[in-house]
Design a protein around this ligand. Sequence first.
Ligand code: GMT
Length: 384
Amino acid sequence: MRIGITCYPTYGGSGVVATELGIELARLGHEVHFISYSQPFRLNGRDEGIFYHEVPVSNYPLFEFPPYDLALASRMAEVAEYYSLDLLHVHYAIPHSVSALLARQMLAAGGRRLPFVTTLHGTDITLVGLDRSYLPITRYSIEQSDGVTSISNYLKEKTIRDFGVTRPIETITNFVNCDVYRPFADDAQRAEARRRFARPEEAILMHLSNFRPVKRVVDAVKIFARVARERPAQLVLIGDGPERSAAEWLAHDLGMQCRVHFLGKQERVNELLPLADLLLMPSELESFGLAALEAMACKVPAIATRVGGVPELIDDGKTGDGENGLLFKVGDVDAMAEGALGLLGDPARFSAMRDAARKAAQKRFCASLVVPQYVRFYEQVLTQ
Ligand code: GMT
């Protein structure tokens, strides 16, 4: 198939999922065309079968708000025509599904069919999409999509409930390439690599996000501070965004800046995650929690919040077949610190949880299981 993919190319879960999907589809022999305002950050431009098309946006002085969605629709139609795309797959409904809808109409006028699939990721439904100025058009473009997928059952149900959407929505969960995201092959290698951040007796706690308020990065620093009071530990934070300086100031005020490492945006998080003992994901809301899945694949369990779609990924032993992480109430930093300390102080339980985390990633969320679901979904849409 020839597939066009549109996503937000900067740091953020939906862009990561879209890019990894494109890479996996190309590995399966499909031709993938990314259409966006800049090259998605996990693409290196060297992958066979992957093409990138920039969307130029004119900055004419009359435009106080340059109309990116129109430029995107034009580029989608152009690329689809020139490269004979079979379908478009847009990630994050706003404004991508509206642009795809326009591109489909433009091509239909010339007698050409261009179906499009919309994947809902999170704040396009739970936050931005609910804004009255976007709700009617978001609902319309979801209804008009040729296929709609959601990254968790939670998000699917929320879309049906809050948007009154009546068309079918298929849950296809996020995924991880378990060969790329994996633990170190041997303990000696891991111990050597961890020396970059910690002494052998110190635990490494990690946080990975786009540092938006919804991620509650400051809570991650608070949890760490409580842990570090009881046992030797270091905190490594990967990513950047609006809450970074608040987190930096807190680490400074707590006198912890030597033990809190802000790495900023990193391209190869798969090389950093396996260094950690635990991932901290104290988010206000997560429709899925991709960072936790990537960590779990590296045998790093998450201390997370019981919100949104997270319980579909992390099983704290209360609901399913094995404890592979711990879930807490949003903001309960004391309980999260207690949970982390309890685990770090109980090697047998901790080791079982690390194994269970990797096993859950392999058994339910591996790219080799999930990507074929997308391929089947595309085929279904094309034969509709
Ligand atoms: O709101 C965000 O954090 C951004 C958003 C995105 O589009 O990057 O993240 C959402 O999509 C991710 C990938 O599917 C999910 O893993 C995140 O849980 C989800 N974020 C929220 O629901 C807050």
